[in-house]
Design a protein around this ligand. Structure first.
Ligand code: NAD
Length: 355
């Protein structure tokens, strides 16, 4: 069993810890926390060994009745690999800690690309992270775009990508974020940083992105236009091609899903942990072809789409499995793919039989 340490146990870290726990080939060595808050209490209840980030703050944990297994230094020493899910910029400060222990580490998308040897997306460049010591799992938006671009690029070639990203103002727990009553060009300059970030995964890709920020905590929504090198005769072929991808969830028109609110409701109804949606959610009807121009709209759950990518990155770095094997195992263990939205003939027959 591979021992995975989680340094930074917030929105991403706690989800990655739970995902590691469901894998048959890895276990959580422990999680590092700064303060004994409700999230630390949850980690203790989940029986994750807890390590203090700051030696001077261990008393606070003891006062809250939380036993500590040691400090973050001990955690790194006891881990085969560390997932650093600390806030943007802290990962760069932590890298010397991992180097000191000769422990490989994954960083997250808030870090600069220069922090690691590879910017990683499981579908696009799994093999590039194999044997790397430091890997950056790209951000939620870059993950969402990379998953979509990969199969399109392979099947039709891409001349140019243009995407407008309507981004959530903050995560539900980020009570101080906004805007609370506006739609902000963010950044005002074009392109936004997202295009160059996608190019850390696809260096040759011609892509321009425009970013806005709106008052929601639910999901990001992307309006995508891809000029193909060679378009198929029928847009149905593209829909079928995208449907083959496990981490692209097609939203059929009849499902009545009109936005991120209904998507989150669907995820909660389906019993998804924390209402998470690990897949890109593509509105099937939005997939449109005008000459060589492909259009579509997709929603991206910022809190969770990078979680399966972290699991696959752990396997790539440590050489546990190859890309297709790892993605398949991650998909199976997490339960990726909402079968109730599957309108294939086979599934329709199943549904009728159930009736
Ligand atoms: P978060 O603030 O929810 O969690 C970060 C955790 O790290 C907090 O518990 C914080 O107390 C802790 N922390 C702070 N300093 C620390 C230190 N020195 N050592 C250990 N822990 C420390 O942040 P998040 O949203 O989980 O983001 C983490 C990373 O993931 C960032 O790089 C971010 O850009 C990236 N990311 C975030 C999202 C998202 O939407 N939330 C999506 C994709 C990627």
């Amino acid at each position: 069993m591979l021992r995975v340490g989680i340094n930074g146990y917030g929105t991403i870290g706690k989800r990655v810890a739970d995902a590691v726990r469901t894998q048959p080939d890895m276990e959580v060595a422990g999680v590092a926390k700064v303060s004994p808050d409700y999230v630390a209490l949850g980690a203790a209840e989940a029986e994750y060994p807890l390590y203090a980030v700051d030696e001077d703050r261990t008393d606070g944990f003891h006062e809250a009745g939380i036993d500590l297994a040691g400090t973050v230094d001990d955690l790194v020493a006891d881990s085969d690999i560390v997932v650093d899910a600390t806030p943007s910029g802290i990962g760069a400060q932590n890298r010397p800690l991992y180097e000191r222990h000769d422990t490989p580490a994954l960083f997250q998308g808030g870090e600069d690309a220069t922090i690691a040897e590879v910017s990683f997306n499981a579908r696009a460049n799994y093999d590039e992270a194999t044997d790397a010591d430091y890997v950056r799992v790209v951000s939620c938006n870059t993950t969402g775009l990379s998953r979509l671009v990969s199969p399109i690029h392979e099947s039709y070639g891409i001349e140019k990508v243009r995407t407008t990203l309507v981004r959530r103002g903050g995560d539900p727990s980020q009570t101080g974020r906004g805007p609370i009553n506006d739609a902000l060009p963010d950044p005002v300059s074009i392109p936004s940083h997202h295009g160059p970030d996608v190019q850390t995964v696809f260096p040759e890709l011609d892509i321009d992105t425009i970013g806005l920020k709106v008052p929601t905590t639910m999901m990001h929504v992307h309006a995508v236009n891809i000029t193909l090198e060679e378009a198929p005769d029928d847009v149905a072929e593209i829909r079928d091609r995208l449907r083959e991808e496990n981490r692209l969830l097609m939203i059929p028109d009849y499902a009545g899903i009109d936005g991120a609110g209904t998507l989150k409701d669907l995820a909660l109804d389906a019993g998804r942990p924390r209402g998470d949606i690990w897949e890109n959610c593509i509105w099937e009807e939005s997939i449109t072809l005008e000459g060589r121009d492909l259009y579509c709209m997709q929603a991206i759950h910022q809190e969770s789409d990078v979680v399966p990518e972290n699991i696959d990155a752990i396997r790539s770095v440590t050489g546990l499995l190859n890309g297709p094997e790892s993605r398949a195992l991650t998909n199976e263990t997490l339960g990726i793919g909402l079968s109730r939205l599957d309108n294939s003939e086979e599934r329709a027959v199943d549904r009728q039989t159930a009736d």
